[in-house]
Design a protein. Structure first.
Length: 157
């Protein structure tokens, strides 16, 4: 497993493989760790995920969990018994209650995942990872443009 144990790093990304668990179970356990953080524990998104998992107890499809710090989490099958998790290293994933392995053997699957379909928990729509990334980039551009416009109107720029 790719573990980061120092504070000086060029990336907060991490990936790992989970053995013999559904993507829904992985999502459930990861979301419980995320919701422990003070800044997000009362988020309406918590209820949204809890409701989704309650209504879909056997969920085992590719999924985007967009509320991890710094970057979204992608959970997807690389073979019937293994799921890959691409996420950030800003949560205590060592607390996950299941076996994990290094993702190195499955690094080729990252490129494949760009065209895979995922359920985006933000809007419960299915989209490719590439499309999701494009939508996020567009949202950030819109936010930046809005801030620039507000600053210009205030005479700051």
């Amino acid at each position: 497993m790719k573990l980061k144990i120092d504070f000086v790093t060029n990336s907060s990304s991490t990936s790992f493989i989970v053995i013999d668990e559904t993507t829904g179970q992985i999502l459930k356990e990861m979301s419980e760790i995320v919701w422990q953080d003070d800044w997000i524990k009362n988020s309406p998104n918590k209820r949204k995920v809890e409701k989704f998992l309650k209504e879909n107890p056997n969920f085992n499809e590719n999924v985007i969990f967009p509320w991890t710090i710094n970057e979204e989490t992608f959970i997807y099958r690389v073979c019937p018994a293994k799921a890959r998790v691409d996420t950030c290293w800003n949560h205590q994933w060592d607390d996950l209650p299941f076996e994990r392995q290094s993702s190195e053997e499955y690094d080729k699957d990252y490129d494949k995942s760009l065209e895979m379909e995922f359920l985006d928990l933000t809007d419960l729509k299915v989209k490719t990872r590439k499309k999701f990334d494009e939508e996020q980039e567009e949202k950030w551009k819109e936010r930046i443009d809005k801030i620039k416009k507000e600053k210009k109107n205030k005479g700051v720029i």
